[in-house]
Design a protein around this ligand. Structure first.
Ligand code: NDP
Ligand code: 8X3
Length: 254
């Protein structure tokens, strides 16, 4: 049976690193993102290792989604492993000052986009009684931080959606895993800081963050455990990251 690996957000960061990691296993790769030029460049790099199909996909746009699935070559149409990776954060402002459009974009991408792609792919997995859905959650879905407001909430959604998928799929040979990385240096901060390179660099200054290849290695590993084993979730931080104490404001009136 075909073991197609479908990666959303494959043009950068974790998605591109996953494409490179899975290419070495020879499985057919279906790579999607909005930046077709970057996908084509990646496909050029991978083409000797495995069959690759790249296509433009905006997970927030229903027409784009319909077109993407309608135009899939037959040999890439039976997805075995879905890596729901497309996602982003925008802004770090406190909730009362945040841009509502940024909130909508995060919800449309990280929540609505992720569930729509899952809903498209899942019936085929159920019919074939075979598959693995790997969602990109985040430490942000477990631990709140100032300015994280809606981004953190979208990743908390991903966590619970991953668990409820497992509930619905009980009895089927379909695995679901939520991968929850902490600070990782990709284009993530540049996107979040809206192209401000100094602000994006500051996020990683003096640290040794995770890199995309660390997460790709772990995502690949969760697909290699014996078929009766389901890794429900994995939270991964760089050694330089940890938790602070709960915040207490000491300037309140008694
Ligand atoms: P990058 O910015 O490097 O990659 C994000 C990818 O998502 C790009 O390929 C981008 O492609 C794609 N994408 C964004 N919006 C859309 C859209 N509407 N439709 C299709 N693709 C889209 O960041 P990361 O690799 O770091 O992020 C990948 C995932 O990991 C995200 O879900 C993020 O929230 C999560 N994550 C990141 C962490 C980090 O610290 N870096 C930690 C924890 C989780 P394009 O612009 O071409 O569409
Ligand atoms: C990305 C990790 O801490 O920047 O999901 O929110 S964090």
């Amino acid at each position: 049976m075909s073991q197609v690996v479908f990666i959303t957000g494959a043009s950068s960061g974790f998605g591109a690193a996953c494409a490179r990691r899975f290419a070495s296993s020879g499985r057919p790769l279906l790579l999607a993102a909005r930046s077709l030029d970057k996908l084509e460049q990646l496909a050029g790099e991978l083409k000797d290792g495995c069959p690759v199909h790249v296509a433009e996909l905006d997970v927030t746009d229903q027409d784009s989604i319909e077109q993407f699935f309608a135009n899939l070559p037959q040999e890439f149409s039976q997805v075995h492993t879905l890596i729901n990776n497309a996602g982003l954060a925008l802004g770090m402002e406190p909730a009362q000052e945040a841009n509502l459009e940024d909130w909508e974009t995060m919800i449309n991408t990280n929540v609505t986009g992720l569930v729509t792609i899952t809903r498209k792919v899942l019936p085929g997995m159920v019919e074939r009684n075979s598959g693995h859905i790997i969602n990109l959650g985040s430490t942000a879905g477990n631990w709140p931080y100032p300015g994280g407001n809606v981004y953190c909430a979208t990743k908390a959604f991903v966590k619970q959606f991953s668990r409820t998928l497992r509930s619905d799929l009980l009895g089927k040979q379909i695995r679901v895993t939520n991968i929850e990385p902490g600070m990782a240096e990709t284009n993530f901060s540049l996107v979040r800081m809206k192209g401000d390179e100094d602000k994006a660099d500051e996020v990683y200054t003096g640290t040794k963050p995770l890199v995309a290849e660390d997460i790709a290695e772990i995502i690949h590993w969760v697909t290699t455990v014996p078929p009766h084993v389901n890794i429900n979730a994995m939270e991964i931080m760089p050694v330089c990251q940890g938790w602070g104490p709960l915040a207490v404001n000491r300037e309140m009136e008694a």
